[in-house]
Design a protein. Sequence first.
Length: 268
Amino acid sequence: MPGLEPLFAWAKPAISRPQDALVCGVHWELVRHGYRCLGTGDQPGPDERKSELLPAGWEANKEVYTLRYKSTDDAHELLLKAIMVEDSMILNVMDRGSQKVADVTLAVADYINPEHLDDFHKVYKNTEELRTRITSGIIAPLGAPTEKAKKEPESKKDLLQDDDPLRIPPRQPAGPRAPSWPSPMDPFAVGGDDLDPFGGRSGGMIVDPLRSGFRQPGIDPSSGIPGRLPPGAVPPGARFDPFSPLGAGRSGPDPDHLPPPGYDDMFM
């Protein structure tokens, strides 16, 4: 467990029994999860401060170790009692704020080598299992402190609006630019308005010569006609009958003056 070695070196003069070394390891695991020790005993003493070190006299009672902790965010205050029952240690931890209680029973011999109490590199064993037992048995049930509040990406109101299928999207603000309309030259657009009047499609029963599906030179009236119509004067899909030539470069006869197909067929 990273960081435990300097703590053990500092506390080694007070470690005389295997349970002392185990309490030292449990203490450091709480420190790793954002708790700091306030002192010993059930009640607070004068001039208490949060510390990563064990308080003076922490090992005085070899049968019951009593330590108090507070989280770095001040949201949790824990009362830890490590009670020796034969060769096992019962960790009883209570959150004084929520009154929640967590219990873990550890066999001292599973995690401490009693023959090497003065050697950090040999005194601890199964450290990963010890960390897992403390995390699952104490930290998870009582709640881990938070270093900083997580910022929510979106408010609940925004999420509800985005998920509402019946919400009408906001209209585009009015401006000097003409709205972005679909191309009027879609060859499959003819009759679209008749099939779906409310679908915003272009085309209808009366074919606009400028929207007949055949690309012709000229100017789309929906984008404005210089000197005659400003941009946006002709709505999208509107049936527009040109009232004057749309430029000298326009080829072919006026579509309005074209004779019907087969007009010279005597058998029609």
